[in-house]
Design a protein around this ligand. Structure first.
Ligand code: ACO
Length: 311
């Protein structure tokens, strides 16, 4: 039966079809997806923290309402993604435990501090912009529940990116101090945002197989290239600059040549040694413990409903 299953799976992938939860799939395909989708979910949940840091200090009621809605959207994204990972057989408890014990990865970017209000703008523009560049192709991921979750997530991310851009645009057109604050935020988030796409292709152990399975549609470097091409134009509208004086487009190779990224720093951050890793995990652990009564109450309610149905 495994042979038949494999043949059907291979044929479906070759025809660019979609795999549903009950279809036969190779164990490695399932594992890769659980890895990527759960890491993605964790990133959404941990990603709430750097911005939540500014909710109480947003400069107006309107900005506060928008930021609260945005942070709430990220929680929603985490939940769709945990659900998508559950369809592969991972349990929510296992995934959450791996995160709070520091065993699971989540995006490097969320281990950098948010020092000023302008950082909320830079996150929206650069971080959510990079997330969109990475995630639009994931809407076509071969694993159907992941692709479906991505469609809605990308729509919401587009709104997030615009709100970030608008914050930076307002600051860039404000007082000299406000403009400097916007530039400082862009300076600090530029390189970490480029690193979100993952290691260079020749140092990306998972890419080849994930692309063959149509989980990933483009390599890490290809997506990074696309993103650089986008922000190069957008930064002009902001009247700001990218902290990369040597950045240029090479007509011959049709590639953006950007500055060398610090891959030692990247590896440190993903190994838990970034500026905010410890703080992010501690917050998540405490929030999880504080939420225990909600989970218990929900489980108890479900149990009583079951008993009623059985009567
Ligand atoms: N932050 C943390 N870890 C990373 C990052 C990053 N920016 N980039 C790569 N890694 C990890 C990979 O998870 C992998 O580790 P693992 O094998 O232990 O899982 C290792 O570095 C090597 O990288 P790759 O072989 O390139 O891994 P992969 O093929 O999974 O590609 C990528 C990495 C591009 C991040 C991919 O997993 C992906 O597209 N994920 C979905 C998008 C996502 O997670 N976005 C979250 C941030 S944005 C947001 O949504 C708010």
């Amino acid at each position: 039966a495994d042979d038949e299953g494999r043949a059907a799976f291979d044929a479906l992938i070759a025809a660019d079809g979609r795999i549903e939860p009950r279809d036969w799939m190779p164990e490695d395909y399932r594992k890769t997806l659980i890895r990527q989708v759960s890491q993605h979910a964790h990133s959404e949940i941990i990603g709430m923290q750097p911005e939540a840091n500014w909710i109480t200090r947003a400069p107006s009621l309107k900005r506060k309402a928008i930021l609260m809605a945005k942070v709430q959207d990220e929680a929603g994204h985490g939940l769709y993604l945990y659900s998508a990972a559950e369809t592969l057989g991972a349990t929510r408890d296992e995934m959450v435990e791996a995160l709070i014990e520091g065993k699971a990865k989540y995006s490097s970017i969320f281990n950098y501090p948010t020092r000023s209000w302008a950082d909320v703008g830079a996150i929206g523009w650069l971080v959510d912009g990079a997330a969109i560049a990475n995630q639009v192709p994931l809407c076509r991921a071969s694993y159907a529940p992941y692709g479906r979750a991505m469609v809605r997530i990308c729509k919401e991310e587009s709104f997030h990116q615009r709100q970030g851009f608008e914050i930076l645009l307002t600051l860039a057109n404000g007082t000299p101090e406000q403009k400097a604050m916007a530039q400082d935020a862009v300076n600090r988030f530029y390189a970490p945002a480029l690193m979100m796409f993952g290691p260079p292709d020749d140092a990306s152990p998972n890419s080849k197989q994930s692309m063959a399975w149509h989980i990933k549609r483009f390599s890490n470097d290809d997506l990074r290239q696309r993103f650089v091409g986008m922000i190069v134009e957008q930064v002009k509208v902001l009247g700001l600059t990218l902290p990369d004086p040597e950045l240029r487009y090479d007509e011959e190779t049709k590639q953006w040549i950007h500055k060398e990224l610090d891959w030692v720093e990247f590896m440190d951050v993903i190994k838990g040694k970034g500026p905010c890793n410890a703080q992010r995990l501690e917050r998540r652990r405490v929030a999880h413990e504080d939420g225990a009564w909600v989970r218990e109450a929900a489980a108890e309610y479900a149990r009583k409903q079951q008993l009623k149905l059985a009567e």
